[in-house]
Design a protein around this ligand. Structure first.
Ligand SMILES: NC(=O)c1ccc[n+]([C@@H]2O[C@H](COP(=O)([O-])OP(=O)(O)OC[C@H]3O[C@@H](n4cnc5c(N)ncnc54)[C@H](O)[C@@H]3O)[C@@H](O)[C@H]2O)c1
Ligand SMILES: N[C@H](C(=O)O)[C@H](O)COP(=O)(O)O
Length: 323
């Protein structure tokens, strides 16, 4: 039996999300059933859309157009300029997607990009990103952000915090939890029986034996030793600058890094068009394209849908779908 449709939350209407949703339906059609949760009036109209009342109607509706579960949002879409009055609707779309995924009515949630700043300014959004918001909605303490592509999988141990706060936030407990969740997900979600994980150091040259920082010796290495003793295949702490070239990447299934840009720069450089953001540790499947709202090109017909397609396809595959 085919999995339930995927819920696709609209993200920031003034970004490229509406264009990506239409492009996704145009390419996927009825092969991969999904429904956009958003304001029908914000769609550019390059393809037809069909308003539905229940996500179970998506497979049938997709024969005639992009299935849309409507959300009320005041005012028109203004490409490139977030409208504060629409911020609450953006948050509602995510909440509705989570409810559908948690209930099983949707087999997963794919989120189109939000502008954190627009949501903070327009809706007092209390979270630095989807990842933390989804964890709160699901009642889960620990989740992991993974960006995945055929070329590379990366996990930032700390996520949306200022670089100045990274050293204090990096605790043995945090690193161990991130590693355990990553290890389990590589087995259970990605089908890798014996995952190989590479762990980056924090400092240049992974601390150069303590001369360029001691976090590797005092915090990272003891955690890795403990997990290795349990049988996990973990390399590191490795110098971050030399762990992403092709021969190095061949030695591991996922790289766990110490902070956001250490993890995301390599994957967005190597695989920006097909990278997928996956949240691990949630009680439902969540994926997202690896890019943001792209305000500079919104409304101009320039948005590349590849990452959104990859995100929908990964969600579908993780749900057991075969398209
Ligand atoms: N999943 C998410 O919700 C998510 C992810 C990343 C960034 N963001 C948010 O997006 C906003 C803008 O972030 P940014 O400028 O750093 O990154 P961005 O990814 O929006 O844009 C970076 C550059 O890449 C281009 N680009 C991005 N996606 C593209 C696509 N599909 N096709 C063609 N070109 C594309 C943009 O035009 C821009 O030049 C920020 O508010 C950030 O918080 C959200
Ligand atoms: N850190 C992500 C990135 O740069 O691609 C992005 O902000 C998305 O994060 P959420 O999925 O938590 O919104």
């Amino acid at each position: 039996m085919s999995p339930a449709p995927i819920a696709l939350s609209c993200g920031e209407p003034s970004g490229i999300g509406p264009e990506l949703a239409e492009a996704a339906w145009e390419i996927l059609g009825t092969d991969l059933p999904f429904a956009l949760i958003g304001a029908p009036g914000h769609l550019p109209g390059t393809v037809p859309h069909v308003e539905i009342g229940d996500i179970s109607e998506a497979p049938q509706a997709a024969r005639d157009g992009l299935p849309v579960l409507p959300i009320d949002m005041p005012g028109p879409r203004v490409p490139g300029t977030p409208q504060p009055a629409q911020a609450a609707g953006v948050v509602t779309a995510i909440e509705r997607g989570v409810a559908l995924a948690m209930s099983g009515a949707a087999s997963g949630l794919c989120t189109l990009p939000i502008s954190k700043q627009a949501l903070i300014e327009g809706a007092d959004f209390a979270y630095p990103g989807h990842t933390e918001f989804l964890a709160a909605l699901a009642g889960v303490d620990e989740v992991v952000m993974m960006l995945a592509s055929d070329t590379l999988r990366v996990v930032p141990a700390t996520i949306h915090i200022p670089v100045s706060e990274v050293p204090a936030a990096l605790t043995p407990e945090l690193l161990e939890k991130r590693l355990r969740i990553t290890h389990t997900a590589l087995i259970e979600r990605f089908g890798i029986a014996q995952p190989r994980i590479a762990v980056a150091g924090l400092n240049p040259h992974a601390g150069e034996g303590g001369r360029m920082g001691r976090e590797e010796i005092e915090m990272i290495a003891p955690v890795l030793d403990r997990l290795r003793a349990e049988g996990m295949d973990i390399a590191g702490p490795l110098p971050a600058d030399t762990m992403f070239h092709a021969r190095a990447r061949a030695r591991y299934d996922a790289a766990v890094c110490m902070y956001h840009d250490q993890a995301l720069i390599p994957i967005k450089t190597l695989a920006f068009d097909e990278g997928v953001n996956v949240t691990l540790g949630l009680p439902f499947i969540r994926t997202s394209p690896d890019h943001g709202t792209a305000f500079d090109i919104a409304g101009k017909g320039l948005a590349n849908p590849s990452s959104t397609l990859a995100a929908l396809r990964l969600a579908w595959r993780l749900a057991g779908g075969t398209a």
